[in-house]
Design a protein around this ligand. Sequence first.
Ligand code: SAH
Ligand code: SF4
Length: 365
Amino acid sequence: MKKNIYDYTLKELEEIFKPSFRAKQIYHWLYVKYIHEFEKMPNLPKTLQQELSEKFSANNLSIIEVETSQDGTRKYLFRTQDGLSFESVFIKMRDKKINEEGKIIEGEKYTFCLSSQVGCKVGCAFCSTAKGGFVRNLSAGEIVEQVVRLKEDNGLAPEKRVNIVYMGMGEPLDNFDEVTKAIQILSELNGLSISTRRQTISTSGIAPKIKKLGELDLGVQLAISLHAVNDELRSKLIPMNKAYNIEKVLEAVREFPVDARKRVMFEYLVIKGLNDDLGSAKALLKLLNGIKAKVNLILFNPHEESEFERPHIQDVKRFADFLVNKGLLCTIRESKGIDISAACGQLREKEKKFKYVSCETKERK
Ligand code: SAH
Ligand code: SF4
């Protein structure tokens, strides 16, 4: 099988191809021009184009299906070279900026929600991805290529800024090496140039890996899926809490290097009757005392495989108001793409579907 060209950092390509400026040229075609045929990279010598075509592929993911939500969110179903499928989500949000003259400029901002694994081992009780089990890790290149395809398919100019969240399928810190490599490839200035500060890793709390990520000091943002304020409930929701309980997770967070202007995000999945009461809000405030934290409340998205229920929005607002009044930054996550099941926790492998339904692979320009 050919090697995936997106698996390579610029430095690695520079070591393979001499003179080393060739690597920059290849990066430019791949990540700035979204070209995935080496024959269409005219400033490369013909012999190099041939060598690249024989040994490498720049076409490792096919788009099998795209669903567009009423709010503009688009869910992509990709197929890998070995026939597995997984999803990514393209999220478009309105953005307001104040220019130098003090005028409000309306724009758009884009967030790409990427998958890091096909399936997931963690097995959270509320998550649809968990129900499909674990299939395999995605390679750094398969993570990076999601971004290239999403930018290309939505006609985003190379300089258009995007934010990356590793909140699709999988537990990113359970695929540590590939995910951290992808972060570096995505941030390469000669390529996609997505600053590590615009990339957020969301984890269910593998404490030693949080420490390891902190030690790398990549500048990435950290989001912790906390969801509960006591170990009893958290272990029911996230079985891994038995190994790394709340205290251990928070200890790792305290050591994590956080940018002066940034905070660690604590994701709190609000489930009706389980953790939506004011007592939990008070306990959460106490737990996060002394941490540069912000809280993101996520309303549980019901799905077929879970008996949990969506909370009442009044209860979620009461929870948020309590925290805000106490001085803790707290937001309620807008559920994007809920009509196409693109919202958090609703992504899962759809391999079975493709065994029975014939789907045409979307042609790329
Ligand atoms: N494995 C990582 C990242 C992927 S899950 C993690 O758990 O953090 C991304 C987010 O989706 C997590 O915050 C998770 O709690 C949330 N999520 C999972 N299932 C959900 C559901 N049914 N409704 C709402 N959010 C959900
Ligand atoms: Fe895995 Fe995250 Fe889903 Fe838990 S919530 S099963 S860690 S993807």
